[in-house]
Ligand binder design. Structure first.
Ligand code: ISL
Length: 547
């Protein structure tokens, strides 16, 4: 099936389904839930990392790229998972974390023991002449990006946690080793690969300070050599499989670079994740801040990316949620009064766009943030660091907590809510992260009596049925409406107009004459009366097909 017709579902293995009662999800648990996944009619599943790891960053600190962490199961379980998914036509996408390894990885351990071959795998640098750290770069999880390298005089670079040491991609042996990892999993039948923060692998050899007032990430993000590395990786591994599907997680990227990474002529990646639309509720670009989302900015970003990527023949991975983001419904919808309608409206926005939609587990049943009431419930390293940093910069506990509560990655990592029982049907043991609202939101209720899951099924069905959704061009609808984000899709002489009301009040849009005879392809409310103007209810989406 063509990439443009496919829909990808993301499973956070730790939180999907626990088959052995240890409170942590596992591969056998995922196998048990294949019928559920199949009923949504998704085509591929992206699994967050389940390789051997000390789990300081929930598996993004990999100790061994070739083994399954025993917490999640065995290699036999993995082979079974691939085979059983294949039997129902679902592919597997694995998460390749190649910007860094765990400091427990054998490469880093050998480097520490003095082996020069492996010392050349990492960025090891001396202090500056004045004794200060090699550069002023900041770790993305807070604090400096350098830590002492054993008992030497050197420091190693870590853009994330100190237990995640950055690999030096200038070293061809590093790049070959990464391609070998991809090929190992390809030989097991894996056709999908997500490359974690892959656009920061092009750091310079001479690492220098970021000038005052300039974020250090601007020095090492999206440098031209990243495209060379991707071409090389493509040729050496997944590019040999015409059916492979790859996505680059591109922190702070640009449209121009994303076209470069994903234009098929370049033979790099199939598509790109960018995060700009998910920063529209940040104050001055700071994640650990809080404000309502800025609707004009959001729609200009969504429209600008869709237009730009379409013009340059790039391809977007479309998403609202993942394991790093609080639930979108809490940010851009109304999780209390319009949970179903706002969940459906958000889904419509991305599923009818040009690109490949990703669904993050639980989104299809309208899962929301858990709204914990105590700091003790939060476990993510980033949230704990941020809380400490906020206190340190003068915030009261209450103010810091309010921010953490809306921004923590734990928000989306809570266990999948299968039923209304005390442990949400996720485990018989003690869940590693506590579910809170499974009595109101769970698979059993949603599939039997709800409307969100069925709406997702419909969206997926439409993409596979109407070429205009999969392959149509994207065009801007008016950008000045104060409540509605709309867009056109066009294919030959067909046109699709998609209108989405982002607010909890009704609003009106004027329709062009040609829309008066349109077919209502989809709506999340029953009564749609197409006249010269159309009233959209709170969080209503409507898709009109013009012949
Ligand atoms: O979560 C973020 C902001 O709070 C992002 O900046 C995130 O750190 C960035 O998108 C990179 O994420 C990926 O790599 C990280 C890992 O912690 C994330 O879970 C992963 O998705 C380091 O491997």
């Amino acid at each position: 099936m063509k990439l443009s017709e496919q829909v990808i579902y993301q499973v956070y293995p730790k939180s999907f389904y626990d088959s052995d009662g240890d409170g942590i999800g596992d591969l056998k648990g995922i196998i048990q839930k294949i019928p559920y996944l199949k009923s949504l009619n998704i085509d591929m599943i992206w699994f967050n990392p389940f390789f051997v790891s000390p789990q300081n960053d929930n598996g993004y600190d990999i100790e061994d790229y070739y083994r399954i962490d025993p917490t999640f199961g065995t290699m036999q379980d993995f082979d079974n998972l691939v085979a059983e998914l294949k039997a129902v036509g679902i592919g597997v996408m694995l998460d390749m974390v190649f910007n860094h390894t765990s400091t427990q990885h054998a490469w880093f351990q050998k480097a520490l023991a003095g082996d020069p071959k492996y010392q050349a795998f990492y960025y090891l640098r001396p202090a500056k002449a004045d004794g200060s750290l090699p550069t002023n770069w900041e770790s993305k999880f807070g604090g400096p990006a350098w830590a002492p390298f054993g008992d030497t005089d050197l420091y190693y670079l870590h853009l994330f946690d100190p237990t995640q040491a950055d690999l030096d991609w200038h070293n061809p042996e590093v790049r070959t080793a990464c391609a070998e990892v991809v090929n190992f999993w390809r030989a097991k039948g894996v056709q999908g690969f997500r490359f974690d923060v892959i656009n920061v692998t092009g750091k310079a050899t001479d690492l220098v300070d970021a000038p005052t007032g300039v974020a250090s990430k601007t020095l090492y993000t999206d440098t031209p050599v990243v495209q060379d590395y991707l071409k090389e990786l493509n040729q050496a591994s997944f590019g040999q499989d015409p059916d492979s599907i790859t996505v680059g997680e591109m922190s702070s990227t640009t449209i121009k670079n994303s076209i470069g990474y994903s234009n098929p002529d370049n033979h790099e990646l199939s598509m790109v994740f960018n995060f700009h639309h998910l920063k529209t509720d940040y104050v001055d670009g700071r994640k650990w801040s809080r404000m309502p989302f800025n609707f004009p900015r959001l729609k200009h970003l969504l429209d600008g990316w869709a237009t730009g990527m379409s013009a340059g023949n790039g391809w977007q991975a479309l998403f609202w949620n993942n394991h790093d983001q609080p639930r979108a419904i809490d940010r851009f919808g109304d999780p209390i009064r319009y949970r179903a309608k706002s969940a459906e409206m958000l889904a419509t926005v991305i599923h009818l766009m040009r690109g490949t939609p990703f669904i993050y587990m639980g989104e299809e049943i309208g899962m929301t943030d858990p709204n914990y009431t105590s700091m003790a419930d939060y476990v993510d390293i980033e949230a704990l660091n941020a809380y400490r940093a906020l206190l340190h910069s003068g915030y009261s506990h209450q103010d810091a907590f309010t921010i953490v509560k809306t921004k923590a990655r734990d928000n989306s990592r809570t266990p999948m809510q299968w039923d209304a029982s005390q442990k949400a049907g996720f485990t018989t043991g003690r869940p590693w992260l506590r579910p809170t609202n499974q009595a109101q939101i769970n698979v059993a209720d949603e599939v039997n009596h709800g409307e969100i899951f069925a709406y997702y099924q419909q969206l997926i069905h439409l993409r596979k049925t109407y070429p205009i959704i999969a392959d149509g061009d994207y065009q801007t609808w008016r950008l000045d409406h104060d409540q509605v984000f709309g867009y056109w899709r066009t294919l030959g002489d067909q046109k699709l107009l998609v209108l989405n009301n982002f607010y909890d009040t009704a609003t009106t849009v004027d329709l062009p004459d040609e829309a008066l005879t349109a077919q209502v392809l989809l709506s999340n409310y029953d009564d749609v009366h197409v006249q010269s103007s159309l009233v959209l209810h709170p969080y209503q989406s409507v898709a009109l097909l013009l012949a």
